[in-house]
Design a protein around this ligand. Sequence first.
Ligand SMILES: [Zn+2]
Length: 422
Amino acid sequence: MNKKYQVLRCGRLYDGVTQEWKSGQSILVEDHLIAEVGSEISVPEGADIIDLTDCQVTPGMIDAHMHMDYFDWHTVREEVYTQSEEAKTLAIARCAEKALRRGFTTVRHVGGITSNGYGVLDVKRAIERGYFPGSRIVAAPMFLCSAGSHGDLSQGFAKNPLLSQKLQQERLTLGVGKDYFVNAVREQVKYGSDFLKIMATGGFFTPYDTPVQQQLNDEELKAIMDTAHALGKTVTAHVYTNELMQKLIAFGIDGMEHGSLMNRETAQLIEEKGLYLVPTFCPYEEAVHYDPEEIKKKQPEFRKKLELYKDALQAGREVICSSKIRLGYGTDFVANHQNYESGYEYEAWLNSGMKPFDALKAATSVNAGILQLSDQIGTLEPGKLADISAWKRDLMHDTKALLDCAFVMKEGKVYETESCLE
Ligand SMILES: [Zn+2]
Protein backbone atom coordinates (compact mmCIF):
# COMPACT_ATOMS: atom_id res chain seq x y z
CA MET A 1 0.00 0.00 0.00
CA ASN A 2 1.16 3.53 -0.74
CA LYS A 3 2.30 5.53 2.20
CA LYS A 4 0.45 8.71 3.08
CA TYR A 5 2.60 11.78 3.69
CA GLN A 6 1.55 15.02 5.37
CA VAL A 7 3.71 18.06 6.04
CA LEU A 8 2.69 20.43 8.83
CA ARG A 9 4.13 23.95 8.49
CA CYS A 10 4.31 25.34 12.02
CA GLY A 11 4.26 28.93 13.26
CA ARG A 12 5.94 28.14 16.55
CA LEU A 13 6.67 24.65 17.83
CA TYR A 14 6.97 23.28 21.38
CA ASP A 15 8.42 19.75 21.39
CA GLY A 16 7.04 18.64 24.79
CA VAL A 17 10.36 18.88 26.64
CA THR A 18 12.54 21.91 25.78
CA GLN A 19 11.34 25.15 27.38
CA GLU A 20 11.29 27.16 24.17
CA TRP A 21 9.36 27.91 21.00
CA LYS A 22 11.13 27.02 17.78
CA SER A 23 10.13 28.94 14.68
CA GLY A 24 10.34 27.91 11.03
CA GLN A 25 9.74 24.25 11.85
CA SER A 26 7.90 21.62 9.84
CA ILE A 27 6.75 18.12 10.75
CA LEU A 28 6.68 15.27 8.25
CA VAL A 29 4.02 12.70 9.13
CA GLU A 30 4.28 9.28 7.46
CA ASP A 31 1.04 7.36 7.92
CA HIS A 32 0.43 7.36 11.70
CA LEU A 33 3.96 8.31 12.75
CA ILE A 34 6.14 11.42 12.95
CA ALA A 35 8.98 10.87 10.47
CA GLU A 36 10.89 14.16 10.68
CA VAL A 37 10.83 17.45 12.61
CA GLY A 38 13.01 20.39 11.65
CA SER A 39 13.58 23.50 9.59
CA GLU A 40 14.66 21.58 6.50
CA ILE A 41 12.73 18.35 6.24
CA SER A 42 12.28 16.30 3.10
CA VAL A 43 8.92 16.76 1.38
CA PRO A 44 7.91 13.57 -0.45
CA GLU A 45 6.09 13.95 -3.76
CA GLY A 46 2.33 14.12 -3.34
CA ALA A 47 2.51 15.03 0.35
CA ASP A 48 -0.43 17.00 1.72
CA ILE A 49 0.68 20.37 3.06
CA ILE A 50 -1.11 21.58 6.21
CA ASP A 51 -0.61 25.27 6.96
CA LEU A 52 -0.35 25.95 10.70
CA THR A 53 1.90 29.00 10.32
CA ASP A 54 -0.54 31.10 12.36
CA CYS A 55 -0.53 28.57 15.23
CA GLN A 56 1.52 27.31 18.15
CA VAL A 57 2.04 23.58 17.57
CA THR A 58 2.39 21.17 20.49
CA PRO A 59 2.25 17.44 21.09
CA GLY A 60 -1.34 16.20 21.52
CA MET A 61 -2.36 17.11 25.08
CA ILE A 62 -2.93 14.49 27.78
CA ASP A 63 -5.34 14.71 30.75
CA ALA A 64 -4.17 12.36 33.52
CA HIS A 65 -7.19 12.53 35.84
CA MET A 66 -10.60 12.10 34.28
CA HIS A 67 -13.92 10.55 35.21
CA MET A 68 -15.48 10.04 31.80
CA ASP A 69 -18.72 8.29 32.75
CA TYR A 70 -21.26 11.09 33.14
CA PHE A 71 -23.07 13.36 30.69
CA ASP A 72 -23.32 16.62 32.64
CA TRP A 73 -21.70 17.75 35.89
CA HIS A 74 -24.92 19.41 37.04
CA THR A 75 -26.61 15.98 37.18
CA VAL A 76 -23.67 13.73 38.03
CA ARG A 77 -25.08 12.60 41.38
CA GLU A 78 -28.44 11.65 39.83
CA GLU A 79 -26.74 9.93 36.93
CA VAL A 80 -25.24 7.37 39.35
CA TYR A 81 -28.73 5.90 39.83
CA THR A 82 -30.82 7.21 36.93
CA GLN A 83 -28.63 6.00 34.05
CA SER A 84 -28.12 2.41 32.91
CA GLU A 85 -24.60 1.02 32.53
CA GLU A 86 -25.19 1.17 28.76
CA ALA A 87 -26.00 4.89 28.95
CA LYS A 88 -22.90 5.46 31.07
CA THR A 89 -20.81 3.76 28.40
CA LEU A 90 -22.30 6.18 25.85
CA ALA A 91 -21.28 9.06 28.14
CA ILE A 92 -17.71 7.73 28.12
CA ALA A 93 -17.67 7.53 24.32
CA ARG A 94 -19.03 11.07 24.07
CA CYS A 95 -16.41 12.34 26.52
CA ALA A 96 -13.59 10.69 24.54
CA GLU A 97 -14.73 12.29 21.30
CA LYS A 98 -15.22 15.74 22.81
CA ALA A 99 -11.82 15.63 24.56
CA LEU A 100 -10.13 14.71 21.28
CA ARG A 101 -11.82 17.59 19.45
CA ARG A 102 -10.44 19.92 22.16
CA GLY A 103 -6.84 18.88 21.47
CA PHE A 104 -6.52 16.21 24.18
CA THR A 105 -5.48 13.13 22.22
CA THR A 106 -4.97 10.90 25.27
CA VAL A 107 -6.84 10.70 28.58
CA ARG A 108 -6.47 8.68 31.77
CA HIS A 109 -9.70 7.48 33.38
CA VAL A 110 -9.11 7.08 37.12
CA GLY A 111 -12.23 5.12 38.04
CA GLY A 112 -15.90 5.47 37.27
CA ILE A 113 -17.89 7.99 39.29
CA THR A 114 -21.33 6.87 38.11
CA SER A 115 -20.54 3.55 36.46
CA ASN A 116 -20.18 0.19 38.12
CA GLY A 117 -18.79 -1.71 35.18
CA TYR A 118 -16.24 -1.94 32.42
CA GLY A 119 -17.72 0.17 29.62
CA VAL A 120 -14.62 2.35 29.55
CA LEU A 121 -12.59 -0.64 28.35
CA ASP A 122 -15.11 -1.31 25.57
CA VAL A 123 -14.89 2.32 24.47
CA LYS A 124 -11.10 2.21 24.65
CA ARG A 125 -10.93 -0.89 22.45
CA ALA A 126 -13.54 0.41 19.98
CA ILE A 127 -11.54 3.63 19.54
CA GLU A 128 -8.33 1.64 19.07
CA ARG A 129 -10.03 -0.34 16.31
CA GLY A 130 -11.12 2.89 14.65
CA TYR A 131 -14.85 2.26 15.05
CA PHE A 132 -15.42 5.82 16.19
CA PRO A 133 -13.31 8.90 16.96
CA GLY A 134 -12.00 9.58 20.44
CA SER A 135 -8.96 10.19 22.59
CA ARG A 136 -6.72 7.25 23.38
CA ILE A 137 -7.78 5.93 26.79
CA VAL A 138 -5.67 4.59 29.64
CA ALA A 139 -8.08 3.30 32.28
CA ALA A 140 -8.68 1.96 35.74
CA PRO A 141 -12.42 1.22 35.33
CA MET A 142 -13.19 0.93 39.06
CA PHE A 143 -11.53 2.35 42.14
CA LEU A 144 -10.88 0.05 45.10
CA CYS A 145 -12.61 1.33 48.23
CA SER A 146 -14.34 0.56 51.53
CA ALA A 147 -17.83 1.01 53.00
CA GLY A 148 -18.67 4.64 53.72
CA SER A 149 -15.57 5.83 51.86
CA HIS A 150 -15.15 8.48 49.18
CA GLY A 151 -15.65 5.69 46.66
CA ASP A 152 -18.91 4.49 48.19
CA LEU A 153 -21.61 6.45 46.40
CA SER A 154 -24.34 4.78 48.45
CA GLN A 155 -23.26 7.04 51.33
CA GLY A 156 -25.67 9.56 49.82
CA PHE A 157 -28.43 7.20 51.08
CA ALA A 158 -26.81 6.60 54.50
CA LYS A 159 -29.90 7.85 56.31
CA ASN A 160 -31.77 4.93 54.76
CA PRO A 161 -29.47 2.07 55.86
CA LEU A 162 -31.34 -0.79 54.19
CA LEU A 163 -31.30 0.90 50.81
CA SER A 164 -27.75 2.14 51.28
CA GLN A 165 -26.49 -1.33 52.14
CA LYS A 166 -28.18 -2.85 49.10
CA LEU A 167 -26.57 -0.29 46.81
CA GLN A 168 -23.23 -0.68 48.54
CA GLN A 169 -23.24 -4.43 47.96
CA GLU A 170 -23.66 -3.88 44.24
CA ARG A 171 -20.43 -1.90 44.02
CA LEU A 172 -18.01 -4.35 42.38
CA THR A 173 -14.75 -3.23 44.02
CA LEU A 174 -15.96 -2.19 47.47
CA GLY A 175 -15.01 -4.54 50.26
CA VAL A 176 -13.00 -5.29 53.35
CA GLY A 177 -9.89 -7.21 54.32
CA LYS A 178 -6.61 -8.07 52.73
CA ASP A 179 -7.89 -11.14 50.86
CA TYR A 180 -10.80 -9.24 49.37
CA PHE A 181 -8.47 -6.64 47.90
CA VAL A 182 -5.85 -9.15 46.70
CA ASN A 183 -8.61 -10.75 44.66
CA ALA A 184 -10.05 -7.41 43.57
CA VAL A 185 -6.68 -6.34 42.11
CA ARG A 186 -6.33 -9.66 40.28
CA GLU A 187 -9.83 -9.28 38.85
CA GLN A 188 -9.23 -5.70 37.70
CA VAL A 189 -6.07 -6.78 35.93
CA LYS A 190 -7.87 -9.77 34.39
CA TYR A 191 -10.54 -7.52 32.89
CA GLY A 192 -7.96 -5.17 31.39
CA SER A 193 -7.34 -2.39 33.91
CA ASP A 194 -4.18 -0.53 32.85
CA PHE A 195 -3.34 0.45 36.45
CA LEU A 196 -5.01 0.44 39.90
CA LYS A 197 -6.72 3.37 41.60
CA ILE A 198 -7.50 3.35 45.31
CA MET A 199 -9.53 5.67 47.51
CA ALA A 200 -7.07 6.05 50.39
CA THR A 201 -8.63 9.03 52.18
CA GLY A 202 -12.06 10.59 52.19
CA GLY A 203 -12.89 13.49 49.93
CA PHE A 204 -14.57 16.84 49.47
CA PHE A 205 -17.40 15.97 47.12
CA THR A 206 -18.99 13.10 49.11
CA PRO A 207 -21.46 14.07 51.87
CA TYR A 208 -20.52 12.03 54.96
CA ASP A 209 -16.75 11.55 55.01
CA THR A 210 -13.77 13.87 55.44
CA PRO A 211 -10.53 14.39 53.49
CA VAL A 212 -8.46 13.45 56.56
CA GLN A 213 -9.86 9.94 57.16
CA GLN A 214 -7.77 6.90 56.24
CA GLN A 215 -10.33 4.69 54.49
CA LEU A 216 -8.33 1.54 53.74
CA ASN A 217 -6.27 0.05 56.57
CA ASP A 218 -2.52 -0.57 56.37
CA GLU A 219 -2.90 -4.26 55.69
CA GLU A 220 -5.35 -3.63 52.85
CA LEU A 221 -3.16 -0.91 51.32
CA LYS A 222 -0.09 -3.10 51.40
CA ALA A 223 -1.94 -6.08 49.95
CA ILE A 224 -3.20 -3.94 47.03
CA MET A 225 0.24 -2.60 46.22
CA ASP A 226 2.07 -5.91 46.54
CA THR A 227 -0.49 -7.70 44.36
CA ALA A 228 -0.54 -4.99 41.69
CA HIS A 229 3.25 -4.86 41.51
CA ALA A 230 3.51 -8.64 41.30
CA LEU A 231 1.24 -8.41 38.23
CA GLY A 232 3.31 -5.58 36.71
CA LYS A 233 0.75 -2.82 37.32
CA THR A 234 1.16 0.56 39.01
CA VAL A 235 -1.04 1.96 41.76
CA THR A 236 -2.21 5.52 42.26
CA ALA A 237 -4.18 6.87 45.20
CA HIS A 238 -6.75 9.54 45.87
CA VAL A 239 -5.14 11.03 49.00
CA TYR A 240 -4.96 14.30 50.94
CA THR A 241 -3.17 13.96 54.29
CA ASN A 242 0.56 14.04 54.91
CA GLU A 243 0.43 11.11 57.28
CA LEU A 244 -1.17 8.86 54.71
CA MET A 245 0.92 10.11 51.78
CA GLN A 246 4.04 9.23 53.74
CA LYS A 247 2.62 5.83 54.61
CA LEU A 248 1.73 5.13 50.98
CA ILE A 249 5.23 6.06 49.91
CA ALA A 250 6.65 3.61 52.46
CA PHE A 251 4.32 0.91 51.08
CA GLY A 252 5.60 1.51 47.53
CA ILE A 253 2.91 3.64 45.85
CA ASP A 254 3.82 4.67 42.27
CA GLY A 255 2.13 8.06 42.24
CA MET A 256 -0.66 10.06 43.85
CA GLU A 257 -3.65 12.22 42.95
CA HIS A 258 -4.59 15.58 44.59
CA GLY A 259 -2.19 15.72 47.60
CA SER A 260 -3.82 19.08 48.25
CA LEU A 261 -2.96 19.36 51.97
CA MET A 262 0.73 18.69 51.39
CA ASN A 263 3.48 20.05 53.61
CA ARG A 264 7.13 20.58 52.76
CA GLU A 265 8.29 17.37 54.45
CA THR A 266 6.01 15.21 52.30
CA ALA A 267 6.93 17.13 49.15
CA GLN A 268 10.59 16.47 49.84
CA LEU A 269 9.94 12.77 50.27
CA ILE A 270 8.09 12.64 46.94
CA GLU A 271 10.92 14.53 45.24
CA GLU A 272 13.52 12.14 46.65
CA LYS A 273 11.60 9.08 45.47
CA GLY A 274 10.92 10.62 42.06
CA LEU A 275 7.21 9.82 42.34
CA TYR A 276 4.60 11.74 40.40
CA LEU A 277 1.70 13.81 41.70
CA VAL A 278 -1.35 14.82 39.67
CA PRO A 279 -2.46 17.80 41.80
CA THR A 280 -5.80 18.56 40.05
CA PHE A 281 -5.98 22.28 40.93
CA CYS A 282 -9.35 23.13 39.38
CA PRO A 283 -11.77 21.62 41.93
CA TYR A 284 -10.29 23.69 44.79
CA GLU A 285 -9.95 27.05 43.02
CA GLU A 286 -12.75 28.79 44.96
CA ALA A 287 -11.08 27.86 48.25
CA VAL A 288 -7.48 28.55 47.23
CA HIS A 289 -8.27 31.93 45.64
CA TYR A 290 -10.99 32.44 48.20
CA ASP A 291 -14.29 33.32 46.54
CA PRO A 292 -17.25 32.94 48.96
CA GLU A 293 -19.76 33.76 46.20
CA GLU A 294 -18.55 30.86 44.05
CA ILE A 295 -18.41 28.52 47.05
CA LYS A 296 -22.05 29.33 47.78
CA LYS A 297 -23.03 27.73 44.46
CA LYS A 298 -21.73 24.28 45.55
CA GLN A 299 -23.66 21.50 47.26
CA PRO A 300 -23.94 22.23 51.04
CA GLU A 301 -21.57 19.52 52.30
CA PHE A 302 -18.95 20.28 49.61
CA ARG A 303 -19.24 23.98 50.48
CA LYS A 304 -18.69 23.31 54.18
CA LYS A 305 -15.53 21.33 53.55
CA LEU A 306 -14.06 23.92 51.18
CA GLU A 307 -14.62 26.59 53.86
CA LEU A 308 -13.19 24.41 56.62
CA TYR A 309 -10.02 23.45 54.74
CA LYS A 310 -9.41 26.63 52.77
CA ASP A 311 -6.32 27.73 54.72
CA ALA A 312 -4.81 24.27 54.53
CA LEU A 313 -5.63 24.08 50.80
CA GLN A 314 -3.93 27.44 50.23
CA ALA A 315 -0.82 26.35 52.13
CA GLY A 316 -0.77 23.02 50.28
CA ARG A 317 -1.03 24.76 46.90
CA GLU A 318 2.01 26.87 47.72
CA VAL A 319 4.02 23.83 48.74
CA ILE A 320 3.10 21.96 45.54
CA CYS A 321 3.81 24.92 43.25
CA SER A 322 7.21 25.64 44.79
CA SER A 323 8.26 21.97 44.85
CA LYS A 324 10.31 20.03 42.34
CA ILE A 325 7.82 17.16 42.27
CA ARG A 326 7.12 15.55 38.90
CA LEU A 327 3.69 17.12 38.42
CA GLY A 328 1.15 15.71 36.00
CA TYR A 329 -1.74 17.63 34.45
CA GLY A 330 -5.18 16.33 35.39
CA THR A 331 -8.61 17.86 35.83
CA ASP A 332 -10.90 15.69 38.02
CA PHE A 333 -14.04 17.44 36.79
CA VAL A 334 -17.13 16.29 38.67
CA ALA A 335 -18.34 19.55 40.19
CA ASN A 336 -17.39 22.57 38.09
CA HIS A 337 -16.77 21.83 34.41
CA GLN A 338 -17.73 19.12 31.92
CA ASN A 339 -15.36 16.17 32.01
CA TYR A 340 -14.03 16.81 28.47
CA GLU A 341 -13.16 20.50 29.08
CA SER A 342 -9.60 19.68 30.07
CA GLY A 343 -8.18 23.07 29.09
CA TYR A 344 -9.52 24.74 32.26
CA GLU A 345 -6.73 23.25 34.35
CA TYR A 346 -4.24 25.36 32.37
CA GLU A 347 -5.93 28.49 33.68
CA ALA A 348 -5.68 27.15 37.25
CA TRP A 349 -1.97 26.41 36.88
CA LEU A 350 -1.19 29.87 35.50
CA ASN A 351 -3.35 31.55 38.17
CA SER A 352 -1.25 29.75 40.80
CA GLY A 353 1.90 31.24 39.34
CA MET A 354 3.06 28.16 37.46
CA LYS A 355 5.05 28.86 34.30
CA PRO A 356 3.26 28.11 31.02
CA PHE A 357 6.03 25.77 29.87
CA ASP A 358 5.74 23.79 33.13
CA ALA A 359 2.02 23.31 32.53
CA LEU A 360 2.59 22.37 28.88
CA LYS A 361 5.30 19.90 29.82
CA ALA A 362 3.06 18.37 32.49
CA ALA A 363 0.27 17.89 29.92
CA THR A 364 2.61 16.30 27.35
CA SER A 365 5.88 14.52 28.16
CA VAL A 366 5.38 14.23 31.94
CA ASN A 367 1.89 12.78 31.54
CA ALA A 368 3.13 10.39 28.86
CA GLY A 369 5.51 9.05 31.50
CA ILE A 370 2.76 8.77 34.11
CA LEU A 371 0.66 6.81 31.60
CA GLN A 372 3.71 4.65 30.76
CA LEU A 373 3.46 5.67 27.11
CA SER A 374 6.67 7.71 26.79
CA ASP A 375 7.85 5.56 23.89
CA GLN A 376 4.75 6.49 21.85
CA ILE A 377 3.42 9.93 22.78
CA GLY A 378 4.15 13.17 24.65
CA THR A 379 6.84 14.69 22.41
CA LEU A 380 7.20 15.79 18.80
CA GLU A 381 10.06 13.65 17.52
CA PRO A 382 10.63 11.02 14.84
CA GLY A 383 9.21 7.61 15.68
CA LYS A 384 6.43 8.91 17.94
CA LEU A 385 2.75 8.62 17.04
CA ALA A 386 1.57 11.66 15.10
CA ASP A 387 -0.55 13.12 17.94
CA ILE A 388 -0.34 16.86 17.31
CA SER A 389 -2.42 19.83 18.50
CA ALA A 390 -2.28 23.48 17.49
CA TRP A 391 -3.50 26.64 19.19
CA LYS A 392 -4.16 30.18 17.99
CA ARG A 393 -4.48 32.02 21.31
CA ASP A 394 -1.19 32.93 22.97
CA LEU A 395 -0.23 30.02 25.25
CA MET A 396 2.36 32.16 27.03
CA HIS A 397 -0.02 34.90 28.19
CA ASP A 398 -3.64 33.87 27.66
CA THR A 399 -4.89 31.66 30.51
CA LYS A 400 -7.79 30.49 28.31
CA ALA A 401 -5.56 29.47 25.41
CA LEU A 402 -5.86 25.73 26.04
CA LEU A 403 -9.67 25.97 25.89
CA ASP A 404 -9.64 26.87 22.22
CA CYS A 405 -8.01 24.21 20.06
CA ALA A 406 -7.41 25.19 16.42
CA PHE A 407 -6.19 21.88 14.99
CA VAL A 408 -5.89 18.30 16.17
CA MET A 409 -4.33 15.19 14.65
CA LYS A 410 -4.27 11.75 16.26
CA GLU A 411 -2.11 9.01 14.75
CA GLY A 412 -1.88 10.97 11.49
CA LYS A 413 -5.61 11.55 11.15
CA VAL A 414 -7.00 15.10 11.34
CA TYR A 415 -10.20 15.70 13.31
CA GLU A 416 -12.53 18.67 13.41
CA THR A 417 -12.05 20.76 16.54
CA GLU A 418 -14.51 22.16 19.10
CA SER A 419 -13.84 25.09 21.42
CA CYS A 420 -14.76 25.17 25.11
CA LEU A 421 -15.41 28.89 24.75
CA GLU A 422 -18.37 28.74 22.35
ZN1 LIG B 1 -10.96 12.07 40.93
